[in-house]
Design a protein around this ligand. Structure first.
Ligand code: ZN
Length: 161
């Protein structure tokens, strides 16, 4: 962002705030050349991935929420914080690589699940049960059965390697 005082591009963001209508963010910046401070307004669409929730509401993608969800799933499991961070990074990188402007929360969930599978089975099941919000225990049991089958298939294909 160009400094309006001296024209330098050497600036730093001090503070980011969402505007009331949440279609833009307000950033407080400082120019590292002339030390003057200025405020910019940026449209979210320009740099933020929007997450479309199941009720069609949109909110800016927040990597912290992804991390929290995963941390909850791996609670008391033998999964290191490093492994969680690596997973979170992968999810974020996938999203930026795909250059999506909008993604459904369920697509993010699927991405996380895909990666959790290889890390910890219990965490995977926990995440499934929270994020898919099963209407009843039968649907959950069905899902578990499906998982077992998929798991077997994977094991087989792995042992063939
Ligand atoms: Zn300046």
């Amino acid at each position: 962002m160009k400094c309006p005082f001296c024209g330098s591009f050497n600036g730093q963001v001090l503070d980011t705030r969402q505007t009331e209508r949440s279609s833009a963010v307000r950033r407080r910046r400082v120019c590292l050349e002339c030390k003057k401070r200025f405020t910019t307004f940026e449209r979210l669409e320009d740099f933020t991935i929007m997450v479309v929730k199941s009720d069609q509401r949109r909110e800016p993608f927040d990597i912290k929420k992804v991390r929290e969800g995963i941390m909850r799933a791996v609670e008391k499991r033998p999964v290191s914080v490093e492994a969680v961070d690596a997973l979170v990074n992968e999810v974020e990188q996938d999203l930026t690589k795909e250059y999506v402007m909008e993604i459904s929360s369920s697509a993010i969930g699927e991405k996380i699940l895909e990666k959790l599978w290889d890390i910890d089975m219990v965490a995977y099941i926990r995440f499934v049960s929270v994020y898919r919000k099963f209407a009843d225990i039968d649907t959950f049991m069905q899902e578990l059965k499906k998982l077992k089958k998929e798991n077997l298939k994977r094991e087989r294909s792995r042992s063939q390697l």
